[in-house]
Design a protein around this ligand. Structure first.
Ligand code: SF4
Length: 357
């Protein structure tokens, strides 16, 4: 089963466009069955052999690929930005581009962090460009050893079942338990693969792991409500408070993001707010003052910490590999002293403030 959800009922036009496109595909592949209402499209397969299913599935993905990346820069007409879909929930597998063991920056203790592929945002400073496309990618990786350069083809993105996730965690259980650590789902945007994320979180909780979700806040409120019972900690990004500026910097509105933040503040689950500090983008005194006031005025028991994530260029070399233009070439990381001053500044919110993750 292949499910596309439309959590925001106001996106009918986009939904109709998608239905139209899938119907065209449907005519080409009579073995595909299509059901839809105003919130959800389900594509299933009639009795087909495994190779037929694989063929049809790749066609569906190809169509979506064209659809999603047609115009990713323009948030007003961009289907991808305005319509967070979950294009790879078939067979309940999640597409993961990296697994980090012994992680100490994504929540308490020693953790395993699964980086899930696909993000509906398009932040100018993103240091994980390999996490943006929601599809597996094949890239050429070049490494220099002395004077010689070696090139290898690299597959980015691997499908994991929930059982695969548990197998990875089981191998690290001793370290996780001793350090009071757990598992973190990051990305990309893990909520983009919502159905898989929910199942993975449930299974992790059932197996006694502390769970964290590192999110941009960009998904439906229903989706967040569904994961609250199985999530212990939310790492929640707040990038800019002004909607127009947020669209300019990330490609999407922040209205739903801030609503989701307020929802989580009432959830009695722990929240760590992550603020990327991007010189010339969100670090002007006026915005920082508003942000501090916002964090202060909305604060509940749930807010445990503010993390200041200083802009860096570590991921810039990856852009070329993924054929994405790097837009931050002229921006320099903030001075150490400035970040230290910001730490003092945000302490007035009344929670811990940490520089870094
Ligand atoms: S939300 Fe995170 S992963 Fe997505 S584009 Fe922005 S920085 Fe990159």
């Amino acid at each position: 089963m292949f499910v596309l959800s439309n959590p925001n009922n106001d996106n009918h036009l986009n939904l109709l466009l998608l239905i139209y496109s899938i119907k065209k595909l449907f005519n080409l592949h009579p073995l595909l069955n299509l059901n839809y209402d105003n919130r959800k499209i389900e594509i299933s397969f009639y009795d087909a052999t495994p190779w037929q299913k694989a063929l049809q599935l790749s066609d569906v993905l190809q169509l979506l690929n064209i659809f999603l990346f047609l115009n990713p820069q323009n948030s007003n007409s961009c289907f991808y930005s305005r319509f967070p879909i979950q294009p790879y929930t078939f067979y309940m597998k999640g597409l993961i581009f990296s697994v980090k063991r012994y992680s100490i920056h994504d929540g308490p203790g020693i953790r395993v962090t699964f980086f899930m592929k696909g993000c509906p945002l398009n932040c100018m400073w993103c240091h994980n460009p390999e996490g943006i496309s929601p599809f597996p990618e094949n890239v050429i990786r070049s490494d220099k050893v002395g004077e010689r350069e070696f090139s290898n083809s690299e597959e980015v993105g691997k499908y994991y079942s929930v059982e695969n996730i548990l197998e990875v965690l089981e191998k690290e259980r001793v370290f996780i338990n001793q350090s009071k650590g757990g598992v973190t789902f990051s990305g990309g945007e893990p909520m983009l693969q919502f159905e898989f994320l929910l199942e993975a979180l449930k299974a992790c909780k059932e197996n006694g792991y502390h769970t964290a979700v590192d999110t941009s806040g960009y998904s439906s409120t229903e989706n967040y409500k569904s994961i609250i019972p199985v999530t212990d900690l939310f790492l929640f990004d707040i990038k800019h408070l002004d909607e127009a500026r947020h669209i300019e910097l990330t490609g999407v509105s922040n209205i739903g993001i801030l609503d989701n933040y307020r929802l989580l503040l009432e959830s009695r689950k722990d929240i760590m707010v992550r603020v990327p500090v991007i010189p010339g983008f969100n670090d002007d005194p006026d915005h920082l003052k508003k942000l501090k006031q916002f964090l202060l005025s909305t604060k509940t028991e749930s807010l445990k910490k503010i993390n200041l994530l200083s802009f860096h260029k570590i991921g810039s070399s990856k852009y070329k590999r993924f054929n994405i233009p790097y837009r931050m070439g002229n921006v320099e990381p903030p001075a150490k002293g400035k970040i230290q001053d910001l730490k003092e500044f945000f302490l007035e919110v009344g929670v811990k403030v940490k520089i870094g993750g």
